[in-house]
Every structure is written in C-alpha cells, then in structure tokens.
Design a protein around this ligand. Structure first.
Ligand code: NAD
Length: 345
C-alpha cells in the first residue's frame, strides 16, 4: 500500500463542501462513529453544513436521539444504529473518504458504569473503524484524550510526554482503552499504510453535554440554574483547561484535512481551577447558589493543561472562543432547553 502522505496527495479534491479552517480539503462522505454524542453531533452538523454527506454510527449507549434530532431530515444525513465493537463496515454503503472515530463513553460517570463496553469500544471498535477506513481508502481520525497523560508529572503536557496512568485504577478502563487505540492506529498506519491521524482532546464543553454526565461544566450549570449548591471536589484547586466545542471541532477538521499522524493535542491552554469555574458560573448565571465541597474521586488528575505548539505550527489552529463567551453560550442553551416545549438542538 502507498504510504499515507502519498495517498492523501493522490486523492482528488471533490465538489463537496470545505469546512472553514480545514485547509481547503473536501470530503464527499464522512462516517462519524459516536455521531449522536456531544462532540460527534457537532462534527456531523459542521460537515453537513459544508456539503459533506454524513453517516453517523452510534449505539446510543451514552448519546441521545435528541442530539441529532435537528439532522434527521437533512438529505445528506444517515443514521446507522450499531455497536462499533462488532464489524459494521458492511452496513456503510458507497465510497467513504473520511472516518472520524469518536464512539466511546467519555465522562467518568459513563465509563465507570460501562467499564467493559468502554474497553471493547476502544479496542474492537477502533479495529473495526480502522478496517472501514482501510477498505475504502479513507482518511481516519481517532479521538484520543488528555487522559492518556493520566495524573501528569510534566506540566503543561506536550505530545512527547508518555503519561502517568494507573493501569488497574478505576479510570484505567478509559485511559488504557485510549492508549491502546493510539497504539493500534499507529501500528495500522505503519504496517498497512492507512491514512490515519490521532487527536488528543482536552476537556471540551458546550451545548448538548448531558446535565447529569458528571463533568464539571454541565454539573455546575445544572446546579446553578436550579439554585442548588455547586459540588466542587476536593479543595477545588485542581485545574482543567476547557475548550469550547466549536474550537475543538475546527481543530479536528483541520487534523482531518492534514496528512499528520500525530498525536496532536487540541485544547485550550487557559487553565482554570474548579473553584474559579464554579464561581464564574454562579456569576454568569446570576444564581443564588453557593459552593459545597465533596470528596475527590480516586486518581482524579491534579492539573491538566495542553501544550498546543504542535497544533499551532502544523494545523494553524488555536482556540478562539474565550471562557466567558463559551460558558455564556452554553448556559443559554441549557436555559432554552429548560423552557416548556423546547427541543434539543
Ligand atoms: P459522548 O458520550 O457524548 O459521545 C460518545 C458517543 O459514542 C455516544 O453517542 C455513544 O452513544 C457512542 N458510543 C459509545 N460506545 C459506542 C459503541 N460501542 N458503538 C457505537 N457508538 C458508541 O462523549 P463525547 O464527550 O462526545 O466524546 C466523544 C469522543 O471524544 C470520545 O471518543 C471521547 O473519548 C473523546 N473525548 C472527548 C472529550 C470531551 O471533553 N468531551 C475529551 C477528550 C476526548
């Protein structure tokens, strides 16, 4: 097989749409696994808006039909309800030029509830998604995660850091599944010439995160809007870097349009403590809520901040939406949804 870079160069530009910031690459048909999830549904929306037909493959284990309700009548949108841990390529018709592999439980509440499913999806699911890309000679992008760095001993984290992960801790089902999926993707590119790329996403937030998925932003917004205390774990001094979903989607599509294998970090280097985040959300919602400190989960990382030098240099990508703006947009979405008769969008 031709090496990845040659294949990508040989692929002709088509009449389908270009996504802003994608470097001009065009796709006719993209398959998005996990397309009914939070990030995946935004990817489907962005691709369709630019004229790419999209097949969303999802088993609704953590995603919801509501996340893609606004796409169901789009002529370019197809939903394939399937578990990617079983071979599914035979159910995807026609040529495919892009496979975005986003299927996987992502919030701690979900992967702790679905430990074996998470390991299967990262291993068997990644193998099956890679098989689809290889068969159709499509570009493949794996959604990996900053969790591969574990509780990092290097700060901020660049892509050359190997991580500090407990292989038998409760979070290992997610962290190790993603580490394995990175290894599989790298081996597949090297051994079979599959045109593959890996993005390591840091925490992303925005509309369509589930209020009860256990992640800080939706939890705090739900609590603030209900006037309940915001539950901050530990002393609240642990940090996260939060990227608004539109920025993350732009970075993923820039990676898809490139010939890079990566891994490439995508995240917002603006670090915020969980306590500051809670106060900022109380302020932005105008809520009477207070903060309540609760126990910190096992192996919860103390710091998390991406070094995005690589993404800046190779993808000309950097986040554009600042925290106040992104959080305000997210709060507005939760408010709209809470109105009687409102539909998820
Ligand atoms: P999500 O739970 O909202 O979406 C995941 C989607 O995958 C859901 O629709 C779910 O039903 C589907 N899915 C899970 N297992 C499946 C399987 N076996 N077969 C078919 N579909 C399956 O999570 P998200 O936040 O949108 O995350 C999407 C991807 O991005 C994940 O791979 C996650 O690891 C990665 N990621 C997300 C973040 C973030 O901050 N949101 C950070 C790092 C990495």
């Amino acid at each position: 097989a031709a090496p990845p870079a040659d294949r990508a160069a040989a692929r002709p530009a088509t009449a389908a749409g270009a996504v802003p910031g994608d470097g001009g690459r065009r796709w006719d048909h993209a398959v998005v696994t996990g397309g009914a999830g939070f990030v995946g549904s935004h990817l489907c929306t962005a691709l369709l808006a630019e004229g790419t037909a999209v097949t969303c493959v999802d088993d609704f284990s953590t995603g919801t039909p509501g996340n893609i309700a606004h796409l169901r009548d789009h002529p370019g949108f197809t939903l394939l309800r399937a578990d990617v841990s079983a071979p599914f390529a035979g159910h995807v018709p026609g040529p495919v030029d892009l496979v975005l592999h986003f299927a996987s439980p992502a919030s701690p509440a979900d992967y702790l509830r679905l430990p074996l499913h998470t390991l299967d999806t990262g291993s068997l699911g990644t193998r099956n998604a890679l098989a689809l890309a290889r068969e159709r000679e499509a570009r493949f992008v794996l959604a990996s995660t900053s969790e591969v760095y574990g509780d990092p001993l290097q700060h901020p984290q660049n892509e050359r850091y190997w991580g500090n992960v407990n292989p038998v801790g409760p979070r290992s089902v997610y962290d190790e599944a993603k580490r394995f999926s990175e290894a599989l993707t790298t081996a597949e590119a090297a051994a079979r010439g599959t045109d593959a790329g890996i993005v390591r996403l840091f925490n992303t937030y925005g509309p369509r995160m589930r209020g009860h998925d256990g992640r800080a932003v939706p939890t705090f917004i739900r609590q603030a809007l209900a006037g309940e205390p915001l539950t901050v774990t530990g002393d609240g001094r642990q940090t996260r870097s939060l990227a608004y979903v539109d920025d993350t989607v732009r970075g993923i599509l820039a990676m898809a349009a490139s010939d890079l294998l990566g891994p490439v970090n995508l995240g917002n280097p603006d670090e915020i403590t969980m306590l500051d985040l809670a106060h900022q959300l109380i302020d932005l919602t105008g809520s009477p809520s207070t903060v309540r400190f609760i126990e910190r989960p096992t192996d919860d990382p103390a710091v998390r901040c991406p070094d995005i030098t690589l993404a800046r240099g190779k993808l000309q990508w950097a986040p554009l939406v600042d925290a106040r703006e992104g959080l305000a947009r997210t709060i507005e979405w939760y408010r709209q949804r809470a109105r009687p008769g409102a539909e998820a969008a």
